[in-house]
Design a protein around this ligand. Structure first.
Ligand code: CA
Length: 614
C-alpha cells in the first residue's frame, strides 16, 4: 500500500512540476512549416521577465541561431535555423538556472503540398469586393463575443452589424453565378477596438480571425470551399499600422516599434514627397511616420524585428489558409524598402503569387512608381506586381457623366489609357469604378441603369483585372460625405429578419435584375474569351462621345463600342479598318445580332456593344 501511495505522490509531484511550467503569454508565429524557403524562423516570445531566461531546444535538425533581447525585458526573439528540420513538434524551454520556468510546444508542420506553385489571381479573373460585417450574417450567435469591446448594433451605421465568414460561405454560389472568380474580403483579423471595429483596418491580433467573424479554422474552410467552386480569396493585409488596442501597445517590444511623436501627428496622406526628387525630409517624415488615425499607431518597419514579424505573418496566412492573393492596404504609407523586401520574400516563397497594392493617387506617373518592375528614377522596385488603377478610376467617374469635350466625356478614358507607357505592366492593374472608401458609383450616375451597364462594359472589357464592389449589382448608392456607413450598407437578404432578399432574382427590382443579367452576360463572355484577359488593347480616339476599342490576340478579336450619348448615333466603321481588316461580321454579345463590318451601324443611346469579329 505504502508503495502505491509513494507512486501516486510521485505522479502528483511530477504533474505539478509540469503544471508549474507555464506557457508564455504570447508566442508568434504560433507554429510554422518545414520545407519553406523562409527557413530562418523568428519567434517572438512575450512574458514578464522572459529576457533573462535561457532558451533550450533539443531537437535534431533545429539550430538556435540567435536569441535577441532588445530593450524590453519582457520579450525574447528566437532565431531558428530550420533548413534541415523535418515536420515535428518540439519543446522550447525557458530556464531560470536549472529550473524550467516556461515551455512552449512548437509545431513544424509539413508544408502544404505544392503550395509553392499555388495559382494566384490574374487578368483572367474578375474580383468581387465585399465587407464581411456588411455582407451576410450567417451565424447570429457570434455577433457578440466574450471580451469584445464593441457590441453589435444594427441601428448604428458605423457599428458592427454581425456579418461573418459563414455568411460569405452561404453566398459563394451567388458570387460565382454573377460570374466572378475572385473575392477580395476586407480585413478579417481581430479588431478588438471600442469603435469602428467593423471595418477591420485596426488589427489587434495578427494571428487571429476576429471571433465575431469566425475562427481561423472557419477562414481556412471558407478558402477551401471557395477554391472548390473556382473562387479565389484575396486577403487584405495592413503593414502601415495596427489598432491602438493591440496588446503590443501595453508593453511595446521596443521603443521604436511604432513611430512616436511628442504630440499626436497625423500623416499628411500626401504621397508626392515619397517620389518627389525635390521633396523636403519634413514632408516625407510626416507622410510615412505620421499616424493614419488616432486609433491607428504607425508601425515602424525600419525595425528589423518588426519587419521580419510582418513578412512571416503574411507567409503564415498564405500557407495556413491557402489564399490566392493579397491586397496591400495603404502601400505608400509603409516604408517603401520594407514593401520591396516583403514582395521579394513572397515571390520567393510562392512562385506565381499575385499581390495588389493600394496607392491612392490620381496620376499614372505616381501610381506607376509603386508597381514592381518599373525602372524608377531612384532605382526603386516595389516587387508588387499589381496595383489598383486609381487614375483610371477617377477617369471612369467623370467620363460617363459628361458631354463630350476636348478632354471630357469618354475622352477621359482614352487619355488615361494613353499614359499606360508609364507602367511596368498595365495589364496587371486592377480596374474598378468604386470601392469601400468612396461614394458608390451608382449614386454618381444618378442610378441610371443604362449608364451603369455602359460603364460596367468598359470596366469588364478594357485592359487589366476588373473589380466590382458588392451592391453595385443592386444599384446601391451612398455618398461618402454622409459617412462611411452609407457606402457600406448591409446587403439586403444577408440577415434573417431582412424583408427583402436581393440574393434571389425574385427579391430584386426589375432594374437590379437588368444589371445582374448584364454582369452575368459580360463576365461569362469574358471568361470564355482570352483576348479580354491579356489580349492587346487598341483604342481609337473617341469622336462625339463614341469610344471604340479592340482587344485581340493571335486567336480572336473583340470589338467594343460605347455610345455615351443620350441619343442614338450612326457609326461608320471605316476608321477602324486597321483592326477590322480580314473580318466581315461581328456577333454582338447582348443583342446577339450580326453586324456587317462594311455597313454603317446604328448605336442606340447610352448603350455598349461587344462584338466578336468573324
Ligand atoms: Ca454573426
Amino acid at each position: 500500500m505504502k508503495k502505491i501511495f509513494l507512486l501516486k505522490a510521485l505522479i502528483i509531484c511530477y504533474s505539478l512540476q509540469l503544471f508549474s511550467q507555464k506557457v508564455p503569454q504570447h508566442v508568434e508565429p504560433p507554429f510554422w512549416w518545414s520545407g519553406m524557403v523562409h527557413n530562418e524562423l523568428q519567434i517572438m516570445v512575450h512574458e514578464p521577465g522572459i529576457s533573462t531566461a535561457r532558451v533550450r531546444i533539443e531537437q535534431p535538425g533545429i539550430i538556435v541561431n540567435q536569441v535577441v533581447s532588445d530593450q524590453n525585458p519582457n520579450y525574447l526573439f528566437i532565431y531558428l535555423d530550420i533548413s534541415e528540420a523535418l515536420p515535428c513538434t518540439f519543446k522550447i524551454e525557458f530556464l531560470d538556472g536549472k529550473k524550467v520556468k516556461y515551455v512552449y510546444k512548437y509545431e513544424l508542420m509539413k508544408r502544404v503540398e505544392n503550395s509553392k506553385n499555388r495559382m494566384s489571381f490574374d487578368a483572367s479573373d474578375a474580383i468581387y469586393l465585399l465587407m464581411p460585417d456588411r455582407f451576410s450574417n450567417g451565424d447570429a450567435t457570434n455577433d457578440n463575443m466574450p471580451g469584445a469591446l464593441e457590441l453589435a448594433d444594427r441601428s448604428n451605421p458605423d457599428g458592427r452589424h454581425g456579418g461573418d465568414i459563414k455568411g460569405i460561405i452561404d453566398h459563394l454560389d451567388y458570387i460565382k453565378e454573377l460570374g466572378f472568380t475572385a473575392i477580395w474580403i476586407t480585413p478579417l483579423l481581430e479588431n478588438n477596438q471600442p469603435q469602428y471595429s467593423y471595418h477591420g483596418y485596426a488589427i489587434t491580433n495578427f494571428y487571429k480571425i476576429d471571433p465575431r467573424f469566425g475562427s481561423n479554422e472557419d477562414y481556412r474552410k471558407l478558402v477551401q470551399i471557395a477554391q472548390n467552386k473556382g473562387l479565389k480569396i484575396i486577403q487584405d493585409m495592413i503593414f502601415n499600422h495596427c489598432g491602438h488596442k493591440h496588446w503590443w501597445l501595453n508593453d511595446l517590444p521596443t521603443s521604436d516599434w511604432i513611430n512616436q511623436w511628442d504630440e499626436f501627428t497625423r500623416t499628411s496622406y500626401r504621397m508626392e514627397p515619397i517620389v518627389d526628387p525635390h521633396s523636403a525630409k519634413t514632408d516625407y517624415n510626416i507622410m510615412v511616420k505620421g499616424w493614419f488615425d488616432v486609433n491607428m499607431p504607425d508601425l515602424n518597419q525600419n525595425n528589423h524585428l518588426l519587419s521580419t514579424y510582418l513578412i512571416q505573418n503574411s507567409i503564415w496566412w498564405i500557407e495556413y489558409a491557402g489564399i490566392q492573393g493579397v491586397r496591400i492596404d495603404t502601400q505608400p504609407f509603409a516604408k517603401r524598402e520594407f514593401i520591396s523586401d516583403w514582395g521579394q520574400h513572397i515571390a520567393k516563397e510562392y512562385t506565381y503569387f499575385r499581390t495588389v497594392g493600394e496607392a491612392w493617387m490620381g496620376i499614372p506617373a505616381m501610381v506607376s512608381y509603386y508597381q514592381g518592375g518599373k525602372s524608377n528614377h531612384d532605382g526603386y522596385n516595389s516587387n508588387i506586381p499589381s496595383l489598383f488603377d486609381f487614375p483610371l478610376y477617377d477617369a471612369i467617374r467623370g467620363a460617363f457623366n459628361e458631354k463630350p469635350g476636348w478632354n471630357e466625356g469618354l475622352l477621359r478614358l482614352y487619355n488615361m489609357l494613353s499614359q499606360d507607357f508609364l507602367y511596368a505592366d498595365p495589364y496587371n492593374l486592377v480596374v474598378f469604378p468604386d470601392n469601400h472608401d468612396v461614394s458608390r458609383i451608382s449614386g454618381t450616375i444618378s442610378k441610371d441603369v443604362d449608364k451603369l451597364k455602359l460603364l460596367l462594359t468598359f470596366v469588364f472589357t478594357t485592359r487589366g483585372i476588373p473589380m466590382m464592389y458588392y451592391g453595385t449589382e443592386l444599384l446601391m448608392d451612398g455618398n461618402d460625405q454622409e459617412g462611411h456607413g452609407k457606402i457600406r450598407l448591409p446587403f439586403p437578404g444577408g440577415w434573417n429578419d431582412d424583408k427583402i432578399n436581393a440574393f434571389a432574382t425574385s427579391g430584386r427590382t426589375e432594374d437590379q435584375n437588368k444589371i445582374v443579367n448584364h454582369i452575368r452576360t459580360l463576365l461569362g463572355f469574358r471568361k470564355a474569351n482570352a483576348a479580354l484577359h491579356y489580349g492587346n488593347l487598341k483604342q481609337f480616339i473617341p469622336h462625339d462621345n463614341v469610344y471604340v476599342y479592340f482587344r485581340y490576340d493571335d486567336n480572336s478579336t473583340i470589338m467594343v463600342v460605347l455610345n455615351s450619348n443620350d441619343e442614338p448615333r450612326v457609326l461608320n466603321t471605316k476608321r477602324f479598318a486597321e483592326a477590322t481588316n480580314g473580318f466581315e461580321t461581328g456577333i454582338e454579345l447582348f443583342s446577339e445580332q450580326v453586324f456587317e463590318i462594311a455597313k454603317d451601324w446604328v448605336l442606340p443611346a447610352k448603350t455598349s456593344m461587344v462584338l466578336k469579329l468573324k
